[in-house]
Write a protein that binds this ligand. Structure first.
Ligand code: ADE
Length: 240
C-alpha cells in the first residue's frame, strides 16, 4: 500500500495543482503515493449545503461548523490528522520525515476565520503552521506539506538527493552552487571547485554552509553548534 494523503477542503480543484507536475506528479502517476481529495461541503446536511456560521461572541468572518467537519473526517484510520493553521506548531523537516515514514496523512484545510475548536479537541487534531504569515486558507500549506513529504518517499528522488548530503549538512543551510561557464560577466567560480580535490571541495562547502547559516539564521546556528558540542561536553554551549 502506497503512502496515502487525504485532503479535506472546500476547494477540491486546488488539488493536485503543482503536485500533479514534476517530481511529485511523476511519483503520483507511478503510484508511489496516492491523493484523495474530499469536499467538506459534501458532509453538509441542509438544502443550502451550509458549512459555516457566525462566531459566538461576535466578530468578523465565519467559522466552520464542528458537526459538518466531524462528519467529513469520518472514521479514524490510523493516519495522523492535521489542521493547517498559522496557530499551529511550525512544520519542521523532522516532522516531515516522521510523516513521510508513516502510512500517510489526513489534512484539514480551513477557510474563513477558522474552525470550531471543539472538533479539533475531540478529534485530537494536530495543528501545523507553514510559517509566520497568514494565507487565505490551508490549501497552499497542505500542498507545501505534501510536497515536503512526497520527495522523501522511497523511489521518488533520484540518487542526487540521497540522505548523504543532508546528513553532511544536517541543520545547516546549503552551500552555494556553480555550473558552466567558469567565468560569467567577469565573475569566476571559486577556484577550489575546479581543483578536482574532493577533500578540499567538501571542506570549502562545509565552511560556506556554516558561514551562511551563522549570518542568516542565528537560531539554526545555535542549535547546530549545541548539537555538535553535545557528545564531548567539554565546551560551553553557544551563547545567545
Ligand atoms: N492557513 C493560513 N495561513 C497558514 C499558515 N501560515 N500555515 C498553515 N496554515 C495556514
Amino acid at each position: 500500500m502506497s503512502w496515502h494523503a487525504t485532503v479535506l477542503t472546500l476547494f477540491p480543484p486546488m488539488f493536485p495543482g503543482p503536485l500533479g507536475l514534476s517530481l511529485a506528479g511523476h511519483a503520483l502517476s507511478a503510484g508511489l503515493w496516492r491523493l484523495e481529495v474530499q469536499d467538506i461541503r459534501d458532509a453538509a446536511t441542509d438544502r443550502h449545503r451550509t458549512v459555516d456560521d457566525t462566531p459566538f461572541g461576535g466578530g468578523a468572518g465565519m467559522v466552520m461548523r464542528p458537526d459538518v467537519l466531524d462528519a467529513a473526517i469520518g472514521c479514524d484510520d490510523g493516519r495522523p490528522l492535521l489542521y493547517l493553521t498559522p496557530r499551529g506548531q511550525p512544520l519542521t523537516q523532522d516532522r516531515v520525515r516522521a510523516l513521510a515514514s508513516g502510512p500517510g496523512v489526513r489534512l484539514i484545510c480551513g477557510r474563513y476565520e477558522g474552525v470550531d475548536q471543539r472538533v479539533l479537541d475531540v478529534r485530537g487534531v494536530e495543528e501545523v503552521s507553514v510559517g509566520d504569515y497568514v494565507l487565505s486558507g490551508g490549501e497552499l500549506p497542505a500542498l507545501v506539506l505534501l510536497d515536503a513529504c512526497v520527495r522523501l518517499l522511497p523511489g521518488v528522488m533520484g540518487a542526487e538527493a540521497s540522505g548523504e548530503d543532508e546528513s553532511f549538512s544536517a541543520g545547516l543551510l546549503e552551500y552555494p552552487h556553480y555550473t558552466r561557464p567558469a567565468e560569467w560577466r567577469g565573475h569566476v567560480v571559486p577556484e577550489v571547485l575546479l581543483s578536482g580535490h574532493h577533500g578540499a571541495i567538501a571542506a570549502w562547502r562545509r565552511a560556506q554552509a556554516e558561514q551562511i547559516t551563522r549570518a542568516r539564521r542565528p537560531d539554526l546556528w545555535r542549535r547546530h553548534v549545541n548539537l555538535i558540542d553535545l557528545p564531548g561536553m567539554d565546551s560551553a554551549p553557544a551563547g545567545p
